[in-house]
Design a protein around this ligand. Structure first.
Ligand code: DC
Length: 249
């Protein structure tokens, strides 16, 4: 297995993220914060702002599925071939490097941060992530990365499968139409292209919520936040409130 998530690397990440800007209430206790929810609910922005304020590491678990999906594209491995995908994962080095500008994604040492955001990889990531074997591999890697605490990890199954005992669990959702609009605005598309992107987003949502293995569902003890009518600042305020309550309990 070529995966590496060494302690020393994590220590470096902590140092990078601990720069003293906008830090709220420093606490010696480093907890795990899980933020789950569908695409377009605002997870990434909230996770990265929160991590920055707390001096925590922000880990985007979806980027790991994206990196494996890219490798499957490049190696011409079928998105339906679970065994081949698991084998591919074992033979890959997927690194997520939190930095101030967001997560840097390295695949076998190559920076693929931009490439993994492209539509073909987005679609492929959704397809490779349905397989239990792939998920098992990903979950084990993600658990290694977050084991020391001081981490905000975002995804679809962080509160239910990766860290079911996380001290703070948030499930961030929003009206599907609003989520679609946010995505289209981010990508600055209109007309027929927008229709196609919206349809793809709905399909990925359906796949995430209905897959047999770890479907997207809120953990029983998650704080459910609907960001449809809330500003980003308001969502962050509510999440921070919960974090501070946990840190002082
Ligand atoms: O969050 P994202 O859009 O970058 O995720 C890419 C894909 O990976 C998405 O289709 C769902 C999947 N995913 C998952 O199944 N479990 C996670 N913890 C994170 C992402």
């Amino acid at each position: 297995m070529q995966w590496r998530a060494s302690r020393s690397r994590r220590t470096i990440f902590h140092r990078v993220q601990s720069l003293p800007f906008g830090m709220t209430t420093p606490s010696p206790r480093k907890i795990i914060i899980a933020i789950d929810g569908p695409a377009g609910a605002g997870k990434s922005t909230i996770a990265s702002r929160l991590a920055r304020k707390l001096g925590y590491v922000n880990l985007e678990s979806g980027a790991m599925y994206r990196a494996l999906a890219l490798k499957a594209i490049e190696w011409d491995v079928s998105f339906d071939d679970e065994l081949a995908l698991v084998q591919l994962a074992h033979n890959s080095r997927i690194q997520i490097e939190p930095s101030l500008g967001g997560n840097r994604v390295l695949l076998d040492g190559r920076d693929v941060s931009r490439r993994v955001r492209e539509p073909d990889v987005t679609e492929a990531a959704s397809r490779v992530s349905v397989h239990p074997g792939v998920r098992q591999w990903m979950v084990a890697r993600q658990q290694e990365m977050g084991a020391g605490g001081g981490v905000v990890m975002e995804g679809r199954d962080i509160g239910t499968k990766v860290f079911p005992t996380a001290e703070v669990k948030i499930f961030l959702d929003a009206d599907p139409v609003v989520r679609e609009q946010r995505r289209l605005q981010q990508q600055n598309v209109q007309g027929a292209a927008a229709q196609a992107i919206a349809a793809e987003l709905r399909e990925r949502d359906r796949r995430d919520r209905t897959r047999a293995s770890s479907p997207l569902v809120p953990a029983a003890d998650a704080l459910l936040l609907d960001s449809t009518k809330l500003s980003e600042d308001e969502v962050l305020r509510r999440v921070e409130e919960l974090v501070q309550r946990k840190l002082s309990s």
